[in-house]
Ligand binder design. Structure first.
Ligand SMILES: [Zn+2]
Length: 305
């Protein structure tokens, strides 16, 4: 099981190099635009390009034929595949893409723990339109995250609770289901008690016209902490869990403002002082910039504060 996971994680950088080489020859356009659907095209390309790299391994990637939570499955070669029973599968992979220039991806990481296996992976692609020559632009992948999904579900769900949200308890379903028949078990509700997914309890619809809130699991938003208690929880999980730390570092590297907003000035100050940096008269943003530029492993230091 873990064999497939390690192989996929290891070959991913090469796969993205190849997609970028292909993209900069093929997807040339005059002026790229946001909201072009290009992210979905890049997600799909991953499924094809990784199979080229998997040639020498006993695994291959398959695209789900119907509405599954995951986008791809990693299969054992030459075995029959039955998606309903997961026969023939090593693991599943959920793929999301984000445009660097956009505020937040439309894609939501809103799969529930009960819907996903322990070995399943999350792949997040960050891309941007890059100028290739004096006239043409092409979509280029600038960074990616790929790792186990369950630690990220734990991180997301813990912070959801700290934000005042909750999860449906089958014993007390707002729709009044009997515990045995309740399909809403574990569905996220926001602080106002409204459902975050279409599959949540019907009686928790935000309004007559809005069927669900859809804030849960925003790839950037899920890390935000609006009160000290939530920030402490965030720090605790980052410290304890290597994969959560990697995801946080990935988001903060690509969306620098998020890191600046997340950490109080006092924490940035202590990292700077510990490394002998002069912060006298400097603003929080200036200290943040100084840390980023002078301490290569500053994110590890933030983790261990
Ligand atoms: Zn129910």
């Amino acid at each position: 099981m873990t064999d497939a996971k390690n192989i996929i994680i290891q070959i991913s950088p090469k796969v993205f190099e190849e997609i970028n080489a292909f993209s900069s020859k093929t997807f040339l356009t005059r002026g790229g635009r946001i909201g072009s659907g290009m992210g979905m095209l890049l997600e799909a390309l991953w499924g094809y390009f990784i199979n080229i790299e998997l040639k020498e391994y006993p695994y291959e990637i398959a695209w789900f034929p119907d509405h599954q939570y995951n986008d791809f499955a990693c299969l054992h070669k030459e075995q029959e595949w039955k998606p309903e029973s997961k026969e023939g599968e090593a693991l599943r992979i959920e793929v999301k893409s984000m445009n660097k220039g956009a505020d937040e991806s439309k894609a939501h990481f809103d799969v529930l723990s009960k819907e996903i296996g322990d070995d399943d992976l999350l792949l997040v692609i960050v891309w941007e339109w890059r100028q290739i020559d004096s006239i043409y632009f092409a979509p280029i992948i600038i960074d990616h995250f790929i790792n186990s999904v369950q630690p990220l579900i734990k991180l997301r769900d813990s912070l959801h609770l700290k934000r005042g949200g909750s999860f449906v308890d089958a014993q007390k379903c707002p729709d009044g289901c009997t515990p045995k028949t309740c399909s809403h078990f574990g569905e996220p509700l926001n602080a106002a008690g409204k459902r975050e997914r279409l599959t949540g309890p019907l009686s928790c619809k935000p309004s007559a016209n809005v069927s669900y809130a859809a804030n849960f699991g925003g790839l950037i938003r899920m890390l935000k902490t609006s009160n000290p208690e939530a920030f402490e929880e965030f720090r605790k999980i980052r410290k304890e869990d290597e994969i959560a730390h990697k995801y946080i570092s990935f988001i903060h590297t690509n969306y620098i403002e998020e890191e600046l907003n997340q950490y109080p000035k006092s924490k940035l100050d202590s990292v700077a002082i510990k490394n002998g940096l002069d912060i006298k008269g400097k603003s929080k943003a200036e200290i943040h910039k100084l840390i980023r530029e002078s301490i290569p492993e500053y994110q590890d230091q933030l983790r261990n504060l």
